[in-house]
Design a protein around this ligand. Structure first.
Ligand code: IMP
Ligand code: MG
Length: 175
């Protein structure tokens, strides 16, 4: 049996999502960006964030191959689902659940940039403190986090625990 250690409560998350949404509303007062969610982990965060925008923003998604073991062998990431929205000339906001190695984010930024958006920014619920210390830039960040594997609020561990309303550190080795 895995053990789940609470890290972020639903109330903490809700308050932070509102703060991020307020910041995004202010920064894009002239017109909403396209919300580009990274499947699957970001779907709950994106839903909560996007529902705090007014007017309703356009929403699209991108799905990458989950590279797991691939990352270690080749670092290759593939796009399994391309966004269908117009990107050229638009303000695009990439919405991610967690920036871990930063590899996916780097790939998505480069990939989307090829379609020549007017402005490309990132909103991530979580990012490893280690990356922030290395100077990785994330325009809108919910919470810096340590090294434990996290589940809940969209984040899964082999498709488990995604729908938990709070975020937990999972210890699969626990008795
Ligand atoms: P990257 O290492 O920054 O490329 O992270 C890629 C993706 O791995 C993230 O967008 C998440 O979907 C997933 N991921 C990384 N760390 C965790 C975690 O602690 N829990 C759940 N998913 C994670
Ligand atoms: Mg993700």
């Amino acid at each position: 049996m895995a053990s789940l250690e609470p890290l972020l409560s639903r109330d903490q998350i809700e308050r932070r999502v509102e703060e991020l949404a307020a910041q995004i509303r202010r920064d894009y007062a002239d017109g909403q960006p396209l919300f580009l969610g990274v499947l699957k982990g970001a779907f709950i965060f994106l839903a909560d964030l996007a529902r705090r925008m007014d007017p309703s923003p356009e929403i699209d998604f991108i799905l990458l191959s989950s590279y797991g073991s691939l990352a270690h062998s080749s670092g290759q990431v593939k796009v399994l689902l391309e966004p269908r929205a117009t990107i050229e000339g638009r303000d695009v906001l990439i919405v991610e659940d967690i920036i871990d190695s930063g590899l996916s984010l780097q790939f998505i930024r480069d990939h989307v940039a090829q379609r020549r958006p007017a402005r490309l920014r990132v909103c991530a619920l979580l990012a490893r403190q280690r990356l922030l210390d290395e100077g990785v830039q994330i325009e809108y960040l919910g919470f810096p986090v340590g090294e434990g594997f996290l589940v809940g609020y969209g984040l899964d561990c082999r498709e488990q625990h995604r729908t938990l309303p709070d975020v937990y550190v999972i210890d699969e080795e626990a008795p």
